[in-house]
Structure formats: C-alpha cells, structure tokens
Design a protein around this ligand. Structure first.
Ligand code: M6R
Length: 604
C-alpha cells in the first residue's frame, strides 16, 4: 500500500511529484505529501485527504527545487492525521516509506534515547535510525540501516548536505525506476513514470538506487555497480487516464473486450492454446497429481472458476486457497503439486508469501499476473501474463475476466497434454471462449438497463447473491464488488445452502441477485429462487437467454447469450460489475477510491 515517487532532474519537482501521486493514488489515499529540496533546504507540505486536497493546499505556494519525494498513504501504523502523513523528517533526513517496520520498538529503544517523535509512525522511527547512523555518507548509512531494519520497506531518502539526490532501497515493497530526458525517476509503479518513458526497471532488493539530475545508478550492498534489467511497457499514458469516462472503473469495465483479446490471441495457435511465448513447458502439467490455486479477493474468485474448469476437463484435484490462510496452514504440497498463484498487481504480500512457501516445499509455481516485472511474476517458476493494461480502480474488473480467460486456456492445455482433450476438442473450446468474449460485449449493452434497475438497490442495507456451481463463484465475486464500492452489506451463498440458516434473513424487499446460468443445476436453482421469492425477496435474476423463468419468481431479469455452462462466467461477470458500479454511483460514493481500501495490499 502507499504510493511513492522520487524525482531529480531539470523540471520543477513539485508538479512532477503531484502528477505522479495522482497516478499512484489508487495505492492509498488517506493522506498525501511532498518534500522538495533546494539550496535553502527541504520544504515539506502534507495533508489529510487525497492528492487533490494536497494540490489545493499548495496551489499558492512556491516550491523551489528540481529534486523531491512524494507519498500518498494508506494508514497502517498510526492513524490518519497530518503528523502521520509522509514525508517524515528527522534531523538531517527526510524520507517516505511504503511497508511496515516490524522492529520499530527495538530501534527506537536503541537509537531514540533523549529524542522525541512528532508522529505515531514506524516510518519516523526509521528516519530517526537513518539520521542516527548518518555521518555524511548516505550509501554507508543505508547499508548499516538495512542490517538493522526488519519488515518490508521501500524508502526514498534525501539527506541534508547532499543536493539534488534521492537514495532508494527496498525489501518486498515495490519500486521501479527510469531515466528520461527530464531526469531520473523512481515510483511504486510504472504508471507514475509513463508520462516520461515506457522503459523502466524494477529495483532489485538489497540494492541502493541513487537518483541524480544527470544520471541514476545502482549499487549493491558492497558498493559495486549493478546494471539494471530493463523492461518495456507497451501501453502509454492514455491507458492510465479516464479518457472521458467519469470513473476508472467504468472505463476498465468497457476495456474488457480488448483486454481479453490481448490476453488470448498471443497464446492461440490454430485454435490451440500454446504457452511457448510464455516459456511454460507442457512437462509441468504432466508431472503433477494435484493443483493448489492461491490468491486473495477477486483473484481468488477467479481461482474458484478455474477449479471448476480444470477439474471438469483434467480430472485432477484442485483446491482454491485464500493466501492469507494458506501460508499458516502447513499445506500439503510437494514436488508433484502445481501451485498457481493469481494476482493482478503481483505484489499482494499474502500471495507472495504463499508462493515462497510453495517453492520452499518443492512445488512447481505458476503465476498468473498482470503487472509486468512485479515480485510475484519474477519469483514464480513460470509466469503467464494477462494483458489487461493498467487497472487503476480499486475494484478489480478487467483483471478478473482476463484471469478467467487464462485459466480456461490452462485447463485446455492441461487436458490436451494429459490426453483428456484432443485437437478437435480444443478448437471447439477456443470457439466457445471467443463466443464468451462476444457475449461479454452483449452484456455491456445492458448498461442502461442495469443503471435503471439498480435504483431499486440504492437504499438497501443488506443484499444476497446466490448461485450454484460456477455461479456460486460468480456470486462471491458479485458480492465483493458490490460491498467494496457501495458499502451495502452483502453475502454470497451457494443457493442450496440458504435454507441451512441464511433464509431467516430474507424478508420483504431484501434484494437477492440470483445467478442461474448453469443448465446442469437450473431446475434446482429455480426452486431456491422460489423459496426466497415466497419470503418477499426482490429478485434480480440472471440466466442464459433461452432459459425459461416464470415472471412470478423475479422482479428483474437479465440474460446472457446461450453458452455451455463453463463459458458463462465472462459475460455474467460484466453484469455483476455494472450492478456494483451503478449502485455505488447512485449512492453518490467515490467509486474508484472506496473507503479504507487500497489497490495493492502489500501488508499482512
Ligand atoms: O493484486 P491482487 O490481484 O493480488 O489483489 C488481490 C485483491 O486484493 C483484489 O482482487 C481485491 O479483492 C479487489 N480490490 C476486489 O475488487
């Protein structure tokens, strides 16, 4: 969490930092600040609220200097207040931090004697440590400090007496850097750099990055120069803008046809999925007797869909695990296990820790990741990149459907390699995958209808999603999407499970979004819908277009085109995303930046 940016170059630093923070705001938005270095010293401004509040606060101020650091915060240690906002200054040191310092108490006991803190943050204690160790040599100070610091961190540090220079170091928390004609840049994410260059590198751990006006360079902890491994993004600044849409979320919902095309097309050779371009060998699908899919939130819900797809085609046991649980459960994994980790950001700390655990137990690991060069992508044995482009809205939309597409292709290839599906079967599946993308386009045309019907949800306090089989996985996704951005309490239930308790909560007018796209369990699902309708529920029914449903059992009926059961998730997901989006819009909420949340969860 938290977005950080550093700059040293030939432009005024303050506007560069603020513009960068605007791009990084999705990482945290409870407070923001910048510090700019000049011959007169370091000038800092910070505020509670998001970057627009900071911008307003500093609009009349002059910040001299072309070197500085900026931070947008998601509070972990210390409440949301101006004192706790970054940058923090201690003595000769001004810094920003993303991460958590676990041994802050010990550090303060050792290095804080007789000193006072202005904030309640672990970050200020880290600044005190750097200051205590500083004897005019920044690199040496950093080398000494990282031996003492425990936890995760990405630091950008300015030292008094060292003009126009930002020093950076990281452990776990991400940092990328780039050199452009305007100067040297560092940030949590490439979206903040894209206005200047599409070529960048990920700062390796245990490596000091030095940003100067005319150059940037890397040194390892022994002081030896390190060559960066350059990466290139094939999207530009327009991809990270709203481009006329009122919110990133709705823009990203509409980008799904393209995101799916970009993810599927490079892997399809004559209708057969082929992961040669990803360098994923067939061997890893053959030499396994179980699969674990590990992820968090929406990515985990994509995994639930993947389980159904893989088990049906490959007949191999697949377990879907919540990453934050998996890592503490002493999971049963070995060399015959394929662990698939799914992550849009590639930085989610619990997913990353699960990946490391799986590797240490000898499992083969495959990451399905959207962000190029992210930690999970780099540390997985194999990586299948989704090509959704930058996803800025906190609510994940296009990243989810491309994850499902990736899992469909994996299921097909695994089935082929293990002799469960022949070439003709694969080609048929490919046609169906393409049909599900076409069906998604039709779901997008339901936007106006969904906008109108969601007025019926605006003043509700509780809501239920029900479904069976793959539709239960979609219910989980519909529910998280709705509650995270509309703040309406919602629960997802396997429809057959309702009568084991939950049905007592269904009273007059309680909305139930019934996802009934699965032919195989349609009759059972209709019975469950009757049960809730009989108790007064307001039912929004989602089915395939040819499925019959008597009018008495629903209030609103939305349909997707006819498809075999496993190919319904992609078009259904869009309907659920639009329901969440318009409910939030009607309630007048901040759709892209829901309260208390942040896009990348890099703390445990
Ligand atoms: O970056 P990741 O895919 O690892 O993120 C996982 C979850 O934090 C994420 O999917 C979250 O649940 C979304 N905000 C939900 O819309």
């Amino acid at each position: 969490m938290c977005g950080i940016i550093g700059f040293s170059g030939n432009l005024e630093a303050a506007p560069v930092l603020v513009a960068g923070l605007e791009q990084l705001e999705y990482r945290g938005y409870d407070s923001a600040g910048i510090a700019v270095q000049s011959a007169k010293g370091v000038k800092t401004a910070k505020t509670v609220g998001n970057v627009s509040v900071l911008k307003e606060k500093i609009k009349e101020e002059t910040f001299e200097g072309s070197c500085g650091i900026g931070h947008t915060r998601w509070a972990t240690h210390g409440g949301v207040s101006e004192e706790n906002a970054h940058p923090h200054r201690f003595g000769k040191v001004t810094l920003i931090h993303n991460g958590i310092i676990e041994n802050y108490k010990e550090i303060w006991e050792e290095y804080g004697a007789g000193k006072t803190l202005a904030s309640q943050t672990d970050t200020e204690i880290a600044a005190a440590l750097f200051d205590a160790l500083y004897e005019g040599k920044p690199e040496e100070t950093i080398r000494k400090a990282v031996k003492l610091l425990e936890g995760s961190y990405a630091f950008c540090i300015m030292f008094e007496g060292v003009p126009d220079t930002v020093y950076c170091i990281r452990k776990v928390s991400p940092l990328v850097a780039a050199r452009a004609k305007e100067g040297s840049f560092v940030a949590s994410d490439v979206t903040a750099l894209i206005a200047y260059t599409q070529d960048y590198f990920v700062l390796p751990e245990d490596t000091i990055l030095v940003l100067k006006k005319e150059e940037l360079y890397l040194e390892d902890l022994q002081g030896r120069r390190v060559e960066p491994e350059m990466l290139h993004v094939n999207w530009d600044t327009t991809a990270a803008q709203k481009n006329g849409y009122p919110h990133y979320m709705i823009k990203e919902i509409h980008e799904q046809p393209e995101a799916l095309h970009n993810t599927i097309a490079p892997r399809m050779k004559a209708g057969i999925p082929d992961f040669e371009v990803d360098k994923i060998p067939d061997r890893i699908f053959k030499e396994i007797n179980q699969i674990k899919i590990v992820a968090c939130g929406t990515a985990m819900h994509a995994g639930m869909v993947g389980k159904v797809l893989i088990e049906k085609r490959v007949r191999i046991p697949v377990a879907v695990e919540i990453a934050s649980e998996f890592r503490y459960q002493n999971p049963i994994i070995d060399e015959k296990t394929l662990v698939i980790v799914i992550s849009q950001s590639g930085e989610t700390i619990d997913t990353l820790a699960s990946l490391r655990l799986a590797k240490s137990e000898g499992a083969c690991t495959l990451g399905i990741v959207n962000v190029k060069g992210s930690t999970i992508a780099r540390e997985s044995d194999y990586v299948l990149y989704t090509h959704a482009g930058p996803e800025i809205a906190v609510a994940s939309t296009k990243a989810y459907t491309v994850q499902i597409a990736a899992l469909v292709m994996l299921a097909m290839r695994m089935a082929y390699v293990r002799g469960k599906l022949d070439e003709a079967g694969m080609k048929k599946d490919y046609e169906l995958l393409k049909s599900s993308v076409e069906a998604l386009k039709l779901s997008l045309t339901l936007e106006e209808t969904i906008k109108e019907l969601t007025y019926a949800l605006t003043d509700k306090e509780d809501l239920f999603f029900i479904g069976r089989g793959i539709d239960y996985a979609l219910s989980c996704e519909g529910s998280i999407k709705l509650k995270e951005i509309s703040y309406i309490h919602s629960e997802a239930y396997a429809a057959g499970e309702l009568k084991h308790g939950t049905i007592s909560l269904i009273t007059e007018g309680v909305p139930v979004i019934a996802i009934a796209t699965q032919e195989s369990v349609y009759a059972k699902m209709i019975s469950n819908i009757r049960e809730v309708k009989a108790r007064g529920a307001l039912v929004i029914l989602i089915t395939q277009e040819d499925m019959e449903a008597e009018e008495a059992i629903y209030d609103y009926h939305l349909t997707i085109p006819k498809l075999p059961d496993e190919f319904t998730p992609i078009p259904t997901a869009v309907i659920l995303q639009l329901i969440a989006y318009y409910t939030s819009v009607h309630r007048g909420l901040n759709v892209d930046q829901p309260r208390n949340l942040a896009k990348s969860v890099t703390v445990e």
